[in-house]
Design a protein around this ligand. Structure first.
Ligand code: XUL
Length: 523
């Protein structure tokens, strides 16, 4: 029997998934929801409220407390943590944690006190900027100017300077909290921070997640010194060199052995970003599959042969944890936008799905620009929802049409901005909470004119962590692991309806026109 644990510290929850590679089955799938289970952090969706809608931070102590809570809860259910032979995992991308003492110097955690108490004094910056933040436009411009322009940053790092990326966020900390930056000796991504907690030592950032910082030279796999210098003084001393994703970054800290019964010496493999981890969890490490993750953010991604960049400048190149690269386009207005529409009309998710069968593809021309928050694709630094069409629709009096409108606009926006990835995909594979919603599956299949499938296991990011641990520690081949754990759900096979083509061609033109008007007005 061999058990491998994958953790996923995402925007709204921390989840744990354990696979048994001998019996070829998932033996544990459990999560802590930050809003519900840790209400004292005042972050119902994992993000702290802020008067400025562009500023999105989270309390890193919430992530620490969630780890203890999750491990305790699972232990109380009778699960035997000593069976786990290797651990890896993932974190929401781009978020940063600033420490005044490196974990390597402080990580001999005492098992007598909760981890959160031991972490609190180590933080040099109280709150962590996270991926929903869009407050660093001037820092992006400054970094670009210092290294010779945006195109230079794009060709080196695979992404334009992007507001939510870690480099511009670090620069903002340096500018706005100089004393705190001076006191900082170690900067982590959420992924390397979680790995460091478990290992009780400073875990390096992996190439998958490190590529989301505007600091990594994609081709050499090293931090680029011009970018480090352009971002903040002394940054190279505060970041460990990045490592390949299969690197062992430590073994489990005594704290977890004594408190939860983990086996001493259990290897910890570098954590990665949630999207790179999902690429593994969806069995898509070779080019050819097109994936859509419907979570707090919606993302479209695929493994790619070489680091090819988005000509429109919205997409990214990240490291593929199995080697090579992946493309990714992130849409900030994902599940929270869908939730806003559902809440407005008091709809549950099944009513949300039924709304699709009650309305017609193309929505009789009714159209929404669904930017409930600022958006990264396309880049919109002002939030704002706009409705166009019949007076009743525009007055929010048509619940079913509003549901269709948000889903159609999201799908049109995804299609429009993911064309550059390459050949038309044979099928789209969905993951994430919303991927099980039949209405969403139907709209995506029709808008992309492509068959839609979903995976049997919903949490691709945590599964990716478990598979990476099994590959690195258990020496199991990707092929065997994917055969055992990555299966398309045989019951979901949504074929596109050819009769919707003309309706969507018209709606797509209208969407392009309204979006162009909006962009020229606001940017
Ligand atoms: C990707 C991105 C989001 C977060 C969500 O670039 O910003 O998908 O990783 O957790």
């Amino acid at each position: 029997m061999a058990y491998f644990l994958g953790l996923d510290s995402s925007t709204q929850s921390l989840s744990a998934l354990v696979i048994d590679t001998t019996e070829r089955r998932v033996v544990l799938d459990e999560a802590v929801n930050f809003g519900r289970d840790l209400p004292s952090y005042n972050s119902p969706h994992g993000v702290l409220p802020n008067a400025d809608p562009r500023v999105c931070h989270s309390d890193p102590l919430m992530w620490v407390e969630a780890l203890d809570l999750l491990l305790t809860r699972v232990k109380e259910q009778g699960f035997d943590w000593s069976k786990v032979s290797g651990i890896s995992g993932a974190g929401q991308q781009h978020g940063s944690v600033f420490l005044k003492v490196p974990v390597a110097d402080a990580g001999a955690w005492s098992a007598a006190r909760p981890l959160v108490e031991q972490l609190r004094p180590l933080l040099s910056v109280a709150t962590s900027p996270m991926w929903m933040d869009s407050s660093t436009a001037s820092e992006c411009a400054e970094i670009a100017a210092a290294v010779g322009g945006r195109a230079r940053v794009l060709s080196l790092t695979g992404s334009n300077p992007i507001e939510r990326f870690t480099g511009p966020q670090i620069r903002k900390v340096w500018k706005t909290q100089p004393a705190a930056y001076q006191a900082t000796r170690e900067i982590h991504l959420v992924s390397s921070f979680m790995a460091s907690l478990l290992a009780g030592t400073s875990a390096a950032i992996d190439l998958g997640d490190g590529a989301g910082m505007n600091l990594l030279d994609l081709r050499s796999g090293r931090w680029d010194h011009h970018l480090l210098d352009a971002t903040a003084p002394g940054l190279s001393e505060r970041l460990r060199p990045p490592v390949a994703s299969e690197t062992q970054v430590g073994t489990i800290a005594r704290y977890f052995v004594e408190r939860y019964g983990f086996r001493a010496g259990t290897p910890i493999i570098a954590f990665s970003g949630d999207n790179p981890s999902s690429l593994v969890g969806m069995g898509a490490i070779e080019p050819g599959m097109r994936l859509i993750s419907l979570g707090t953010s919606d993302t479209v991604f695929a493994a790619m042969d070489g680091p090819r960049t988005d000509p429109n400048g919205f997409g990214h190149v990240f490291g593929n944890p199995a080697g090579g690269f992946m493309s990714l386009i992130c849409f900030t207005n994902g599940s929270l936008a869908r939730e806003q529409v559902a809440q407005r009309f008091g709809l549950d998710w099944s009513a949300f799905a039924s709304a699709i069968s009650e309305t017609r593809p193309g929505n009789r021309g009714n159209l929404m620009l669904p930017f409930f928050s600022t958006e990264t694709t396309p880049r919109l630094l002002e939030a704002g929802v706009e409705l166009f069409g019949s007076p009743e629709f525009v007055a929010w009096q048509r619940p079913a049409e509003a549901v269709r409108a948000v889903l159609e606009a999201q799908a049109l926006n995804m299609r429009k901005h993911s064309d550059w990835i390459g050949h038309a995909p044979r099928q789209l594979v969905l993951t994430g909470g919303a991927s099980r919603n039949a209405g969403i599956q139907r709209v995506i299949a029709d808008v992309f004119h492509t068959p839609v499938r979903v995976l049997s296991i919903g949490n691709a990011s945590a599964l990716g962590g478990a598979l990476r641990a099994a590959h690195a520690v258990g020496n199991l081949s990707w092929g065997d692991l994917f055969e055992a754990f990555v299966a398309l759900d045989p019951n979901v096979r949504v074929e596109p309806d050819a009769s919707t083509r003309s309706a969507y061609a018209a709606l797509s033109d209208a969407f392009d026109e309204k979006l162009a008007q909006r962009l020229s007005r606001t940017n």
